[in-house]
Design a protein around this ligand. Sequence first.
Ligand code: CP
Ligand code: NVA
Length: 314
Amino acid sequence: MNKHFLKETDFSWETAASIFAFAAEVKAQRDHGHRQTLSGQSWGMIFSKSSTRTRVSFEVALRELGANPIFLNRNDIQLGRGESVTDTAKVLSRYLHGLIVRTYDHSDVEILASEGGKPVVNALTDFLHPCQLYTDVFTLAERWARPGQDLMDAVRGKKVAFLGDCACNLANSWILGADFFEMELALSGPASFAPGEEIMTLMKNETAGPRFTFTQDPYEAVRDADMIYTDVWVSMGKEQESADRIKEMRPFSVTKNLLDAAKPDVLFMHCLPAYVGMEVTQEVLDDPRTIIWDQAENRLHVQKAILNELAGRG
Ligand code: CP
Ligand code: NVA
């Protein structure tokens, strides 16, 4: 049976540890050659939404692993004219070794996985963004690991404060991911953007149950935080709600005052793209506690490791 990566809990703890180890290895070795474990494979990349980091890092990752990426904008293939996701899955799986998919409905990646029979990677849905979450945790582990310490152990028990839209895909990924990586999570946003039913149900089914706090006081959330995270207030597909979202989320903008209210060695992360003056100030982006560029770079290394886990040969 093929493996897929549609959500954070699709891999075991041991597999996640080996993904982190492979990512660290290919990162350290990148200037000295590539491990071409996907040599000769062809992978499709179906994108129904915009992307800078995910698209480019996956294309580079596939090439450096020896595979051939085929970028498929939804509107360039018959999917955009109404061909079903099921038929698309059945046809593409006859040509390709795997699919990387960015789309709206999470059920689309599940159908592509179940009907196609080749590995599928979730490159963001409205519900989850697991490649980002694994990269975020790896980036923290790199920072926090003492010499010789296991990367997974380095994040265990650390406190993350997530501010802003606590009902978005990244918030959902942190809810599931913090539980998986045994981290503490404090979410803070307006009441109307509290975690939704779908993630609560998934947490009940996949884990021992939700294990996070939610507060409308951002200062309470960041108290004793080891890392503060935010995401855009207007996710892709929500543009028609922009004005209301911006008004409601204004108090949750990450400012220097909020960073100063966390632990002295707190780190700041953002999946990017950032909207300066909205969810984060320029002062915070320029602050030495910000690690967004390492975070963006690590998408490449961690996604290589995910692809290797799903389809690598040696
Ligand atoms: N963080 C992230 O997924 O960025 P892109 O939308 O640019 O891919
Ligand atoms: N929540 C954002 C993440 C972008 C990487 C969105 O879905 O647009």
